[in-house]
Structure formats: C-alpha cells, structure tokens
Design a protein around this ligand. Structure first.
Ligand SMILES: C[S@@+](CC[C@H](N)C(=O)[O-])C[C@H]1O[C@@H](n2cnc3c(N)ncnc32)[C@H](O)[C@@H]1O
Length: 228
C-alpha cells in the first residue's frame, strides 16, 4: 500500500510507542469519533474495524472515506450498507477499513475481538462499565496490544484476582492524540500467551479449566478475514 500518511496530518496516539502497523495488523478502533485514527491505521496497511456511537461523528467518518475514494478512484473504493461502510484498496489483497455505527459492546463480535492484533479504546467510560470492558477484552488473542484511556489492570481497581485481566502492562505513556494535542496518559497492555496465563492461574491455585472457553479457542483470524 503506498504511503498516504501525508494526507492526514494529525497523529494517532501510540504511533511512536506501539510502532507503525505490523504485517497483517488487524486493528479495532472502539469509539473512533470521526475516524481519523482508523483512517491512518488503514492507510498504513492495517485492516481496521472502527465503531462509533455518535451518529454525527460516524457520518463524518463516512464522508472522509468517500472523499478519499473519490480522490483516488484507481486505488480505493467505498461501499455502503445499513449502519456500516467499507473502504478497500482496488487490489483486494490489501487490508480494508470497515466502520460501523453503534455501541461497540453490542456490535463487535467475539471472533472479531479474537482476530484483533491491536485495539484502541480511547473512550472515557463510567466506572460501572469497567467490568464489561474487561469481559470484552477477555476475548483477545495472545499478543494483542491494547491502548486504553483508563487503566484496566490492578491500578484500575476492581480486579477479581490474577486471572481477571490476563495482560502484561507495557507502559502508560503520555501521547498526543486528535482531541488533546498536549497529550493524554494512555495505558498500554499486551495479552499474555496461554502458557503464561496458565502459570499465573496455577500460582493462584486455579486450573486451566478455569480459562473461559473463548481463551482456549481464540484463533479465528482467518475465519473473520474470509467472511469479511
Ligand atoms: C475521546 S473520543 C475519541 C475519538 C477518536 N478515537 C479520535 O481519537 O479522534 C471517544 C469517542 O468514543 C465514542 N463512544 C463512547 N462510547 C462508545 C461506545 N460504547 N461505542 C462506540 N463509540 C463510543 C464517543 O461518541 C466519542 O466519539
């Protein structure tokens, strides 16, 4: 995919911290706003699923996708369906960007979470939603990197023991983002691999059967990409 980074001057947070998208990166942008980060990730080669709850912002993301496709008809095309749209390279071997209107807790499927290699969750959620965030993230596959607005690990409070948030803390940098140029402190995690997770469970006297089923069978990547 050619470098179209220059078209969108603002930076996605974590660009320097998490690095540019890796090969076969599948990114979820949960609470994508106008889709600026989602577009940047796509233009850098990732396959992206962006979700937005506010219709006005979702509509702006659609407009941006349309503008891009209009500007580069040889390279990009856009298709629309009810409450979602997809921007694709003319070469179907490359990734795509899909945006959906709705609540990510409701409309992102477990297998899509399992397929993700990168999750951006730049949303300030009420404390009452934090357990739902942890349950959502439990569907991640080993190695998936997550960037959150609020701390989710031990320092985020309300953990239910060592197996309740099976992620390694990889740092809490202050990063520039589209809505706070001076930067915001984000929290970055990487999902443990299953062996590591088993060892933690054993240390706390639990057995591997206590792993939720989704964690044992989370390798659905190819399935989701084929269905896409
Ligand atoms: C701080 S803004 C971040 C926007 C975008 N990520 C960016 O960097 O430009 C958070 C966004 O999350 C959206 N949001 C909040 N709760 C959501 C939910 N449950 N599902 C989808 N979007 C949500 C809000 O409408 C808002 O646009």
């Amino acid at each position: 995919m050619p470098d179209r980074w220059r078209w969108i001057p603002s930076e996605r947070p974590g660009m320097h911290f998490l690095g540019a998208p890796r090969q076969h990166e599948i990114a979820l942008e949960l609470g994508m706003g106008r889709g600026r980060c989602a577009l940047q990730l796509f233009l850098q080669g990732a396959t992206v699923l962006g979700v937005e709850l506010a219709f006005e912002r979702y509509r702006k993301a659609l407009e941006a996708m349309e503008r891009l496709a209009h500007r580069c008809p040889e390279e990009l095309r856009v298709s629309f369906q009810n409450s979602k749209a997809r921007l694709m390279g003319a070469n179907t071997q490359t990734g795509f960007m899909e945006v959906r209107y709705g609540d990510f807790f409701q409309i992102v499927k477990d297998e899509e979470i399992a397929a993700a290699t990168l999750i951006f969750l730049q949303v300030c959620l009420p404390r009452a939603s934090w357990p739902s965030v942890r349950s959502f993230l439990e569907h991640c596959s080993p190695g998936c990197r997550v960037l959150t607005f609020q701390a989710c690990g031990e320092q985020g409070g309300e953990t239910r023991g060592p197996s309740s948030f099976p992620f390694r803390d990889i740092g809490s940098p202050v990063l520039a983002c589209t809505w706070a140029t001076a930067g915001h402190r984000f929290h970055c995690y990487e999902r443990l691999d299953l062996e590591e997770e088993r060892r933690i469970l054993e240390r706390s006297g639990l057995r591997p059967e206590h792993l939720p089923q989704t964690r044992k069978t989370c390798d659905e990547r190819q399935g989701w990409l084929r269905a896409a």
